[in-house]
Structures are given as structure tokens and as C-alpha cells.
Design a protein around this ligand. Sequence first.
Ligand SMILES: *Cc1c(COP(=O)(O)O)cnc(C)c1O
Length: 496
Amino acid sequence: MDILYHSTRGDASEITASQAVLNGLAPDGGLYVPAQIPLLETAPEAMTAMSYQEVAYEVMHRFLTDYTEEELKQCIAGAYDSKFDTPEIAPLKKAGSAYYLELFHGATIAFKDMALSILPHLMTTAARKNGVTDKIVILTATSGDTGKAAMAGFADVPGTEIIVFYPKDGVSPVQERQMVTQKGENTHVVAIRGNFDDAQTGVKKLFGDAALAEQLSAAGMRFSSANSINIGRLVPQIAYYVYAYVRLLADGKIQAGEVINVVVPTGNFGNILAAYYAKQMGMPFGKLICASNQNNVLSDFFKGGTYDKNRPFYTSSSPSMDILVSSNLERLLYRICGDDTGTVAEWMRQLTSDGVYSVPAQMQEGLADFYGNYAGEDAVSERIHALYQETGYVLDPHTAVASAVYEMYRKETGDDKPAVIASTASPFKFARSVLHAIDAERYDAMTDLEQFDALADVAGLKTPAAIEEIKTAPVRHDMVVDIPEMRDAVCSILKL
Ligand SMILES: *Cc1c(COP(=O)(O)O)cnc(C)c1O
């Protein structure tokens, strides 16, 4: 069965998976969605002897139907290799009441590596398949982790250029340092004076800028996106939810067909959407627990069906979730309104003009797969402290949001089915917040470098290579611009 893709907003043209990967965003501003969600072909119990790469193939080939088996297997092999510090790629660790699916063993020690290590392979393969000879310019807005992971994936990949925008004061010191020291002749980093939503809106504008597209085309280039709106990022993420279930089965923790809950610390709604797609493929997932930090737009949305971004924006200790417009939610809206692109387009129009839209009661049934709640800064800090005291396991602040919300969910509902929590970043990436939560008096006065060693001690872990690197790497990028100057920055970088 061939799966074709079209926009969530009404543009009816259907394109192949590889074309959707190349385009990133649909021409009408919508997101590409598969015309239907394919079912998993192989049952989880038949996958228990498979490696991560083999499970990934089982999942991905169902969606990316115009890639040949050989092409897809090469993409997978090129992505999930020794860049990851464990052959398991995504190990599952039990701590307290849940299983933590560690998605941070790649090059930049955050879960974005799971998708961004394969996206360049999917994209260059797609270009070859479609006879595209233009240079591909990746334009990305980042709340901290995407930018670095995208650059690590695309650095010095022939035929590509990558430009990353990040909010100057909205990322952690480690995240910023990781970005500004990025190597690769084709990598460019621009700080903006604004927050992540400004960066994301600015990038979307550049994608929709027809004059700019013409200038690019004349220069033999075209834009594409490495943001989680790209279907080439979403599909690889489905794989690890299937893999987690398969591991639980293989380890005898659950029976075949047993239902598990999935908990995801959520920002742009990409990661949890992948869990939703996995469920629609037939995985026995119960509640999809959507955990937000104090930027709790989604939590309110799942409680009342109204999405309202008119509220204060907070910067938190989980910066990759400091988001008020969760782009990928649009793909869920599309499903719950019965694939009605007109309705989605109207909601998105209201979101742009008024900052708010409401899903009518009869459509809210489609949201029943989800439970939303949020954890503020104190709850996050307490959760890191408590789980460490109880088990010795150390959470980063993003994962701690999920863990705290999961505890709320259990208390509220009494539902204690086995649960997998997506663990999205290494605690080393947020060492200062983590150590502050564990023992402020003891660790707050330490320098960043001292803290890395202290954390290694506390967690009983080796300092990841990504941290060792930034200790000495020279700064290579120092451009800072105002939001209206983003277009000029792109033109100057690309010499247009
Ligand atoms: C990006 C990110 C998230 C949020 O993921 P979404 O797919 O945007 O919902 C959570 N935690 C970390 C560490 C991240 O980098």
C-alpha cells in the first residue's frame, strides 16, 4: 500500500513521502499528513529479537513507501551507528514507578538526535530520487536542542547548507555553547532578540516568502525544514515507542497485547504525536500523557478543548518546552475533526488572528486518548530530588516535568498500568538545575566545569563526549539580530 501525503489545510495535491520530506512545509502553510495511518505489519511479539535498527525499519517503511528497502535500510544504518554511545540506541531503565526510555544517547545528548541523525539521510536520498539538484538550505528555529542536533546531522553533508535561529536569552548555557561552537563549513547560527515563538514565526514567514523563494531558485537553492513539522522527523520518532514496547515484552515485563501508558514531556507536540501515530498503527497504548511545564497551553487544551496562547510566556528550567504555539498539534486536530482540512485551516486562522480557537464538544472525543497536565518549577525540582533520593536515578528537568505529571496522573486516576516515560535529555545538559534540585547548598557555588564532574559522581555516570567537547571548542558563530532582520541575515549568509 502506497502512502501519500497532503496538507492539513486544504491544498489537495498529494505527494510522495520523499517529496514531503524535501518540502518540509506544505505550500499553503499546512503540515503534511499521511492520507491514512498504516497498520504495523509485524506484531510486537514477533520483533523481540530485533535490534533497534530492525524495529525502526519495520515502522518506517510503512510510512515512507516510496523509499526502496535498500535506501531506507541505508538511511537507518547511517543514522543509528556509533554516533550513539550505546548499541541499544534507546535503552529503557526502570526507576521508581515507571520505565524511562532514554532518548539522549546520540551526538548532542537530547532526543532530537533520534530524528535528526536520520533526517539528512532521508533528505539527500529524497533529493536523489526526485532528480533535485538544487542545494538544500535547511532553515530551523530552535528552542535549544533542535538546532544543535540538526547541525550535527547536516554538518558538511554535501549539497546542504543549514541556518539555525535561536532565542538569545532563551536557551541554557550548555545549549548555547554547543551551538556557537558548531563545526562544519555549511553551518550557520543566528541568535535573535526574541523568544522561541518569535523565531519559529519568523522562520515560517521566510518559508512563505515568494520573492525570497524566487531569489533562492535563481541561485540554485531551495529551502527545507529540519523542524519537527517535517514528516521525516516524525516518522523516525514512532520507531522508539514501538521499540520500548518490544523491549518490555522481550524482558518479560509485560504480556503480549498488554496495554501500557506513555508519558511525554511536550513542547512542539512532535514527540507525543509520534506516540499517537504508534497507537494508531495498532500499538496497545492506553493514555498518552502530555506533560507541560508552566507554559501550560496544552494542558488547558486537553482539559477544556480551548487552545489559548494569550498568556504570559515563561522561561523555565526546561527551555525546550517553553512554547506557546505547538506546531504539531495541527496534525492531531486534523485527525480529530475527521480529516477536515477546512476546519483545521479555520482554527489556524483564528490562532493567528486572535491567538485562540475552540474545538466543539463532539470533536473533543478524539482527545480522549490524551491526558494533559503541567508541572511548575518547584514541582520539577522536587521530583528530581525525590526520585534521586528514592532510586539514585537522575532526571533532567524536561524528563522531570513528565515524571512529575505522571505522578499527578496516577494519584488522580489510580491507573497504574506499566508506563514508559520519554526521557528527552541527559541531565548533563542541564547540570546546574539538576544539581540545584539535588542539593543546592552543596553545588550552587560550583563553576560549570566543576558541576559536570560533580554530576558524574552523583549519577554514577561517565561525562558524555558532547560535554567534554564544549569544554575546549572555540566559538565559531556570533551573529545576533532583531526579528525583522532575519530575512537579511539569511540573504547575507547565502550571498543572495
Ligand atoms: C524538543 C524537546 C522536547 C519537546 O519535544 P516536542 O517534540 O517539541 O514536543 C522535550 N524535551 C527536550 C529535551 C527537547 O529537546
